[in-house]
Design a protein around this ligand. Sequence first.
Ligand SMILES: C[S@@+](CC[C@H](N)C(=O)[O-])C[C@H]1O[C@@H](n2cnc3c(N)ncnc32)[C@H](O)[C@@H]1O
Length: 252
Amino acid sequence: MDHTYKADFVYKHDNPYHDRLGEFQDFVLRDTQGEAFRGKWNTDFFKREASLYLEIGTGYGDFMMEFCHHHPHVNFVGLDYRFKRGYQVAKKLSRSEVQNFCYLRARGERIAHTFAENELDGIFFFFSDPWPKKRHHKRRLFQAEFLNSAFTILKPGGKVYIKTDHDGYAEWMEELLQNHVQDQGQFTLEFQTKNLWENVQPSVCNIASVPFLSTFQTKFEKIFVSQGTKIKAYVLTSTKNLTSVPGRGQVQ
Ligand SMILES: C[S@@+](CC[C@H](N)C(=O)[O-])C[C@H]1O[C@@H](n2cnc3c(N)ncnc32)[C@H](O)[C@@H]1O
């Protein structure tokens, strides 16, 4: 298992932007500061009960802002591991009208150390770095450990929303999902497509709509779509504590 997942992993703070991110302490947390809120995000950070969503690899924060704007009653944690970009994003976020978010400078591998069992309603996982070379595949964030962590921290019925531009990474995810959907039965595959935007126009970012994934485009997605790249997308639903495990690998 990648050491980053383990309890004794220690974050390094040797980047000058680690300290500079402290300028935004009202809405920015850095690695272990976020882990200190494990199990207490709603009560101690947001100080209100609400649905709690996590975005992994929030990039420039565009989706986080759009989603928080359309859903002011949710609590939202946007996580990314970049330091300098994180500082630029924080400057932009400091001018935001909505304040129902936290920007967390941390690693996606640490989600089970950052959120407690059954703490999250949903996880957004959009355009994760594909690490195309075979020798780098171990750096892909989407691994068995990642899915096990996601299953643990999601509430019963919680969802993982996934989009990728990369065919190889999509195949990699589908292979792993075979195990976690069909063999372990942790998730049902509620939605999947190999070409999300075929005959669809983006509308309003509305999580109640079906399928939600075609109601918005992230910053990177707009670039990929403009280049003619087909967007592969999936929605996983946790089967945890459900009285019956629905049919395996359901596809809409
Ligand atoms: C291709 S960008 C996509 C950004 C955004 N989701 C979008 O669709 O516009 C991938 C982002 O994931 C972040 N990232 C990659 N690996 C990560 C990791 N292990 N933990 C946290 N963030 C990560 C990168 O820093 C980058 O901002």
